[in-house]
Design a protein around this ligand. Structure first.
Ligand code: PEP
Ligand code: MN
Length: 341
């Protein structure tokens, strides 16, 4: 339920209402909008006499939240959520560009790619140290060594860091090096992982599962918010369809749909979304045109020799060109991209 308080009520009244709702067995989450306090009172199967609650001091209205993803919904939180990562405020007019290799492979690779993506205008460096690979015989990532290289390379060029956490036990380690914790497509419904990642208190990049509906994806985000972490960036990365020419089918419908349903920022991954280098830029441009809050793009200085996802990795020069185009599209939409360094 959405419990709307009267404008100008004291913090004491807000507290009293929150405490009483908690005593009824509900979890209470607060948001402030337009000068009034809104409390999301959530909990399944708790019988509450809402007509009684309506009579409490300070209550303006009590309304149901008409979707299952309560805290993620615009009904609870009408204004967009802004998430500060490095030099960028994600969800604002400023588009976030995250770029880097699929996997961190070596010092030379990490530093070369960091220099290139920073110069082009990215503000966040991506790079996997723990990789979810379909084959157990494929490169699994450098582990903590990879995180160290990623952090050093990013720091050398003023970039923030996003990296995937594969496992609950790895959350503290990845959180030591990364500014944003990535939950991969394969783990979107790993609820134990979502709980641990939420509790790390850092922004989370939540990728859409390969076969997840938009509602399932938003419910996974709800797991994070219900654990008290509202810094969630949603990432559309393509879904599994009957189409086989591309690696996945990039569902750009999801961008305007999610923007309407939720206050959370949405970014797009055209690299995994297409799997084909020369299809990445057109879909990246389309994603921004569709209203995405940014992009996460795989870039490699020597993709022919990449240990993972070389076929979908842009050359640095292609990324630079793409960012220039994104700047133009951003201008049309009244948005901007951080200055190149
Ligand atoms: C990745 O970002 O390298 C990755 C493995 O992504 P996804 O979880 O979307 O497949
Ligand atoms: Mn990849």
């Amino acid at each position: 339920m959405l419990v709307l308080l009267e404008k100008g009520v004291s913090e004491g009244v807000v507290n009293d209402v929150a405490v009483r709702l908690r005593m009824l067995g509900l979890a209470v989450h607060r948001t402030d909008h337009d000068g009034s306090v809104r409390l999301g009172a959530v909990g399944d199967g708790v019988p509450v006499d809402w007509d009684q609650v309506r009579k409490w001091t300070g209550i303006r209205a009590v309304e149901p939240i008409p979707v299952p993803f309560k805290l993620v919904s615009r009904a609870f939180h009408p204004q967009p959520t802004l998430i500060s990562v490095g030099r960028c405020t994600i969800g604002s007019d400023q588009l976030v560009l995250m770029a880097g290799p699929c996997s961190i492979e070596s010092e030379t690779q990490a530093f070369t790619v960091a220099a290139a993506v920073a110069k082009a205008g990215a503000t966040v460096m991506r790079g996997g140290a723990y990789k979810p690979r379909t084959s157990p015989y494929s490169f699994q990532g450098l582990g903590e060594e990879g995180l160290k290289l990623l952090r050093r390379a990013a720091d050398a060029h003023g970039l923030a860091v996003v990296s995937e956490v594969l496992d609950t036990q790895l959350v503290p380690q990845v959180a030591r090096y990364a500014d944003v914790l990535q939950v991969g497509a394969r783990n979107m419904q790993n609820f134990a992982l979502l709980r641990e990642v939420a509790r790390a208190g850092k922004p989370v990049l939540l990728k859409r599962g390969l076969a997840a509906t938009i509602e399932e994806w938003l419910m996974s985000a709800e797991h994070l918010l219900s654990q008290g972490n509202a810094q969630v960036i949603l990432c559309e990365r393509g879904i599994r369809t009957f189409e086989t020419y591309t690696r996945n089918t990039l569902d750009l419908n999801a961008v305007p749909v999610v923007k309407e349903l939720s206050h959370l920022p949405v970014i797009v991954d055209p690299s995994h979304g297409t799997g084909i280098r020369d299809k990445v830029a057109p879909m990246a441009r389309a994603a921004i045109a569709a209203g995405a809050d940014g992009l996460i793009v795989e870039v490699h200085h020597d993709p022919e020799r990449a240990l993972s996802d070389g076929a979908q990795s842009l050359y640095p020069e292609q990324f630079r060109e793409l960012v220039d185009q994104i700047r133009t599209i951003a201008g049309v939409l009244g948005r901007s991209v951080a200055a190149a360094r």
